[in-house]
Design a protein around this ligand. Structure first.
Ligand SMILES: Cc1cc2nc3c(=O)[nH]c(=O)nc-3n(C[C@H](O)[C@H](O)[C@H](O)COP(=O)(O)OP(=O)(O)OC[C@H]3O[C@@H](n4cnc5c(N)ncnc54)[C@H](O)[C@@H]3O)c2cc1C
Length: 350
C-alpha cells in the first residue's frame, strides 16, 4: 500500500492531523493501538482561556479559541456527534489570595466576570469566599470525538489497529517503509511513546501523571464547570462529572493511586452538599515539556520523520491549531511558528 503520510497515534494530535490532511484530499494511513489510558482518553477536554494562580491569559488563546471552535464544529458536522460545548467556569475561590488575584485581574481581563449573585450555588456547594466566572470556556467531548473519528477512519480504510513496531521501520529510495506500507513521510503523534523513539527521545519532554475520578451526583447543573482547587466537569451522560486533577512528576507507573482517590473524595465531601458516588478512577501521563510549547515539524536530520506532540495539559486547544500548521507545512511548505517548530532543537536532535 502506498500513501503520502503515515501517522502513528490517534489521540487528539493524530485525530486533528489526519482531519486536516483529509480536508486537503491527501493519502494517509493512521496506525493506533487504542490504549485506553492514553492522555486524550483520560483528559477532561477543557479549554480554559485563563491559567495559573495569577489567572493570566493562556498562551495564544485569542487566536486559538476562534480557530478551534471552527475546527471542532466542522468535525461535529462531519461526524454527526456532539464534539464541543460552551460552558462558564464557576471559580469558587479556595483562598482569599485567589479571590484577591481574581478581583485584581478582572478589570483587565475580558474572560473574567464577577458573580452576579454570590448565593446562586449555595444549595449544592459549600463556599465561604464567593466565586468568579470565567467565560467563554469550552469542553471538547473527547469520549465522543475520538471513537467517532476512529470509526470514520476505519470505514474509509485509513486506520490500522495495531501497535507500531519500530524495528519494522526502514528508509530506502527516499521513502519510508513499514511492513507492506510505503510512505513519503512518517509523523509521530504517539504521545509519551515518542520518548521511546530514537528520533525524538532527546526533546525536552517533562511528562507528568494526572488522575481523575468520574462521579455521579444529583441536582448539579451541567451548564457549568465548577472549580475549587479541583474541577468538576460535566460529562455528556446523565449526572456524571469528571473530577480532578493532580500533577505528579515523580511516579513509578501510570496507574491510579489510592492517595489521589482518598484526597479527592475528602475534598468533594467538604465541598458538595449533595451525595455523590465514585464510578471510576483513571490516570494517564501528559506528554508535557519543560518549555510548555508544542513539538511540531520535521526532524532536522531526517526530513522523512515528523512529530506533533508536547501538548502538555492543553492538547484540546493546541492540537487543532498546530495540526493545521503541520499539514500546511507538509503540503504547501509554509512555516511553523518558531516557538513550536522542533527546528528550535536542531542542535539537540542533530
Ligand atoms: C488527567 C488529565 C487531564 C487532562 N485534562 C485536559 C484538559 O482538560 N484539556 C486539555 O486540553 N488537555 C488535558 N489533558 C492533556 C491532554 O490529555 C494531552 O495534551 C493530549 O491528550 C495529548 O494528546 P496526544 O495525541 O499528543 O497523545 P495521546 O493522547 O497519548 O495519544 C497517543 C495515541 O498514540 C497511540 N500510540 C502510542 N504509541 C503507539 C504505538 N507504538 N503504536 C500504535 N499506537 C500508539 C495511543 O494509543 C494513543 O491513541 C489532560 C491530561 C490528563 C492526564
Amino acid at each position: 500500500m502506498q500513501v503520502e503520510y503515515l501517522i502513528i497515534g490517534q489521540g487528539i494530535c493524530g485525530t486533528c492531523l489526519s482531519y486536516f490532511l483529509q480536508k486537503e484530499n491527501r493519502f494517509f494511513l493512521v496506525i493506533d493501538d487504542n490504549q485506553n489510558n492514553s492522555s486524550s482518553r483520560v483528559a477532561a477536554g477543557i479549554i480554559n482561556p485563563v491559567t495559573g494562580r495569577r489567572i493570566v491569559k493562556t498562551w495564544m488563546i485569542d487566536e486559538l479559541l476562534p480557530f478551534v471552535e471552527t475546527a471542532y464544529n466542522e468535525l461535529e458536522n462531519l461526524l454527526g456527534v456532539n464534539v464541543i460545548s460552551s460552558k462558564t467556569i464557576i471559580d469558587f475561590f479556595p483562598t482569599s489570595q485567589m479571590r484577591d488575584a481574581f478581583l485584581q485581574r478582572e478589570q483587565y481581563e475580558p474572560f473574567l466576570q464577577l458573580a452576579g449573585n454570590e448565593k446562586e450555588f449555595e444549595k449544592n456547594f459549600n463556599y465561604e469566599l464567593g466565586f468568579g466566572i470565567i467565560s467563554p470556556s469550552l469542553i471538547v467531548h473527547l469520549e465522543k470525538l475520538l471513537p467517532s473519528w476512529r470509526s470514520h477512519l476505519i470505514r474509509s480504510e485509513k486506520l490500522i489497529e495495531e501497535t507500531f513496531d519500530l524495528s519494522q521501520l526502514k528508509f530506502s529510495d527516499g521513502r519510508v517503509r513499514y511492513k507492506e506500507i510505503i510512505s513519503e513521510k512518517i509523523i509521530f503523534c504517539d504521545g509519551i511513546n515518542s520518548l521511546e523513539t530514537p528520533f525524538f527521545s532527546k526533546l525536552p519532554f517533562a511528562p507528568n501523571k494526572g488522575e481523575a475520578l468520574l462521579i455521579e451526583t444529583e441536582g448539579i447543573s451541567a451548564d457549568h464547570i465548577y472549580k475549587k482547587g479541583i474541577a468538576m466537569v460535566p460529562m455528556q451522560t446523565g449526572n456524571i462529572f469528571w473530577t480532578g486533577t493532580n500533577y505528579l512528576w515523580d511516579y513509578d507507573d501510570a496507574l491510579p493511586t489510592s492517595g489521589f482517590r482518598e484526597r479527592t473524595v475528602h475534598q468533594l465531601s467538604q465541598w458538595l452538599k449533595v451525595p455523590f458516588k465514585v464510578l471510576d478512577h483513571r490516570a494517564s501521563v501528559r506528554p508535557a515539556n519543560i518549555e510548555r510549547r508544542p513539538f511540531v515539524g520535521m526532524h532536522p536530520v531526517n526530513n522523512k520523520v515528523g512529530i506533533l506532540n508536547g501538548m502538555g495539559s492543553k492538547g484540546c486547544s493546541l492540537a487543532p491549531f498546530f495540526a493545521k500548521q503541520l499539514s500546511d507545512h507538509l503540503i504547501h511548505g509554509t512555516t511553523i511558528f518558531p516557538e513550536a517548530d522542533i527546528m528550535r532543537f536542531k542542535k539537540l536532535l542533530s
